[in-house]
Design a protein around this ligand. Structure first.
Ligand code: EPU
Length: 432
C-alpha cells in the first residue's frame, strides 16, 4: 500500500507542465478500434486508467507499442476478441467506451458493467438508449452488457440529461452508421470536442461538437492518423488551487486557457491572480483569499471534477462559502477527511457550507476517490505539520506523477510503500 507523506507550509513556486487529459485519453484510446489502420496517439498521460485502456486493447488482440514519451502506436487490425471482462472493466468507469467503439466497428460488443470512482448512482441508461436508437439490441446478464446489431443506421438521439459518457459513446457508435445521426442535448466538454477532432482526423464526418447538437454523417472507412490528446483541464485546475492554497507563485504550462475559463473566473473572485498566455498561465497570490459561492454544472459551467479542490481552497479563505454539487450525489465524501484537518464544513444534501478558518492542520487521512485525493493533497500542502494520505491509488488513476510535479514546485511530498497489514489468523486456522 502506497501513501503520500506531506510536510505542509511550503509555497509552490516555479513551473509545472500539464499532461494529456484523462477523460479525453480514455475515450480516444478505445476509439482507435474504429480505424482500419494503425494510429499514433501522443500526449497520453501516464496514469493507471490509461494503463487499463491499453491492457484491454492488448487483451483484445490489438498491437500496442510505446514509441517514446507519452506516445503509443496502436494497430487495431489484429483485434479478434470483442469482450471486456469484469476483472478489467470494474477498475475503470471509462471501460464503457469499449461498448461504443466495438459496436461501431464490429456491430457487436460484450463489456462488463463499469466500475470507477464511488460517486453515487451512475446509471448508463442514456448510453443504452443511444445504442438502441442506432439499431442495436442489448441484453444485461451476469453483470455483462451484450450489444448486437445487424446494421447500424443513423438516427435522432435526444439525451434526457446532459451526459459526457453517453455523448461520446453515441459518437463512437454512430461514426460508421449508415446515414445521418443527430445528437441533441449533447455534452459540450473539451474532451467531447477532442474525441470528435480525433475521429475527424481519421476521416469521420462530425459537426457541431462543443455545441448541444452534434451531427454525424456515417462513413464506410476510417484511416490511421497521428493525434495529440488535449491538456488536462482538471489537472491544471488542481495545480491552480494548490499554488493558491500555498500562497505560491508559479507558471502552469501546456494548458488551453479557454478550457479553464470557469475555474479561472472563480479563482479570481477568491483573490487569486491569474495571467493568461497562449498555452500557459501564471498563478500567484499576494493578498487575502475571500469566500465564493460555487455551483457545479456541465461545461461551460464550473466542473464537478474541481469541486473538492476549490472547496479546500475556500477553507483557507475569509468568510462563509456555499458549494452546490449538481452532478454527483456522493461528491462530498472528502469532507469528513478535511474536518480531521481542522476544516469547518457542514453538508446538507447537495449543499456544503464552508466557514473559512484560514488554516488547516496535518493529519492522517484517506483518499476516497480521485478528486477527493487531490483535495487532500492541496490541504496537506497548505496545512501546518505532517499529512499522511492513504489509498493514493485513487489519485494515481488520474494524475500523472503528481508528487514529482509538486516536488519540482518546492513541495515536501514523498511517496512511501507500507507493507499491507498481515491478516490475523484465528488459533485453529489452517494454511493451505
Ligand atoms: N447520467 C444518467 N444516465 C446516463 C449517464 C449519466 O442519468 O446514462 C447522469 C449521471 O448520473 C450524472 C450526470 O448524468 O448525474 C452526468 O454524468 P456523465 O455521464 O456526464 O458522467 P460520466 O461520463 O460517467 C464523466 C467523467 C467524470 C466527470 C463527469 C461529469 C469520464 C471517464 N468521467 O463521467 O470524471 O465527473 O463526466 O463531468 O470522462 C473524474 O475525472 O474525476 C470523473 C469522475
Amino acid at each position: 500500500m502506497d501513501k503520500f507523506i506531506i510536510k505542509g507550509g511550503r509555497r509552490l513556486t516555479g513551473e509545472v507542465t500539464i499532461s494529456g487529459a484523462k477523460n479525453a485519453a480514455v475515450a480516444i484510446l478505445p476509439a482507435v478500434i474504429l480505424s482500419d489502420e494503425p494510429c499514433i496517439i501522443e500526449n497520453v498521460p501516464s496514469i493507471s486508467d490509461v494503463n487499463i485502456c491499453l491492457r484491454i486493447l492488448t487483451e483484445m488482440g490489438a498491437e500496442v507499442a510505446n514509441i517514446g514519451k507519452d506516445a503509443y502506436r496502436i494497430d487495431p487490425t489484429t483485434i479478434e476478441n470483442f469482450c471486456v471482462p469484469y476483472e478489467t472493466a470494474r477498475k475503470m468507469r471509462a471501460s464503457y467506451y469499449f461498448l461504443g467503439a466495438l459496436l461501431g466497428k464490429f456491430n457487436k460488443a460484450r463489456v462488463s458493467m463499469p466500475g470507477g470512482c464511488p460517486l453515487g448512482d451512475r446509471p448508463i441508461d442514456q448510453h443504452l438508449k443511444a445504442f438502441a436508437a442506432l439499431g442495436a439490441k442489448y441484453t444485461l446478464s451476469q453483470g455483462m452488457i451484450d450489444l448486437k446489431a445487424d446494421k447500424l443506421r443513423g438516427s435522432q438521439i435526444f439525451f434526457d440529461v446532459v451526459t459526457v459518457g453517453a455523448t461520446m459513446n453515441a459518437m463512437l457508435a454512430a461514426v460508421k452508421a449508415e446515414g445521418l445521426t443527430i445528437i441533441e442535448n449533447a455534452a459540450k466538454e473539451p474532451h467531447i470536442v477532442d474525441l470528435a477532432n480525433f475521429l475527424n482526423s481519421m476521416g469521420a464526418n462530425i459537426m457541431g461538437a462543443g455545441t448541444d447538437v452534434i451531427k454525424i454523417r456515417g462513413v464506410d472507412k476510417l484511416r490511421g492518423c497521428t493525434y495529440a490528446v488535449i491538456p488536462d483541464q482538471i489537472e491544471a485546475g488542481t495545480f491552480m488551487a494548490a499554488i493558491a492554497a500555498t500562497k505560491g507563485d508559479a507558471v502552469i504550462k501546456n494548458v488551453i486557457p479557454k478550457h479553464l475559463e470557469s475555474i479561472t473566473k472563480k479563482m479570481e473572485k477568491i483573490g487569486v491572480n491569474i495571467e493568461q498566455f497562449d498555452d500557459s498561465i501564471h498563478v500567484w497570490v499576494d493578498g487575502p483569499l475571500v469566500k465564493a459561492n460555487i455551483k457545479t454544472a456541465p461545461h461551460p459551467g464550473f466542473p464537478t471534477d474541481m469541486q473538492s479542490q476549490i472547496a479546500t481552497l475556500l477553507t483557507l479563505a475569509e468568510g462563509t462559502s456555499i458549494i452546490t454539487e449538481n452532478i454527483w450525489e456522493q461528491r462530498f465524501r472528502y469532507v469528513d477527511e478535511l474536518r480531521r484537518m481542522g476544516a469547518d464544513i457542514t453538508v446538507n444534501g447537495k449543499v456544503a457550507l464552508i466557514e473559512g478558518t484560514g488554516k488547516l492542520m496535518g493529519a492522517p487521512v484517506k483518499a476516497c476517490d480521485l478528486r477527493a485525493g487531490a483535495a487532500l493533497i492541496i490541504a496537506g500542502l497548505a496545512a501546518s505539520g505532517v499529512t499522511e494520505i492513504e489509498d493514493i491509488f485513487h489519485i494515481e488513476r488520474g494524475y500523472d506523477c503528481m508528487e514529482g510535479k509538486l516536488r519540482a514546485l518546492g513541495a515536501d511530498i514523498e511517496k512511501i510503500s507500507v507493507p499491507d497489514k498481515p491478516q490475523i489468523k484465528s488459533a485453529d486456522s489452517k494454511t493451505a
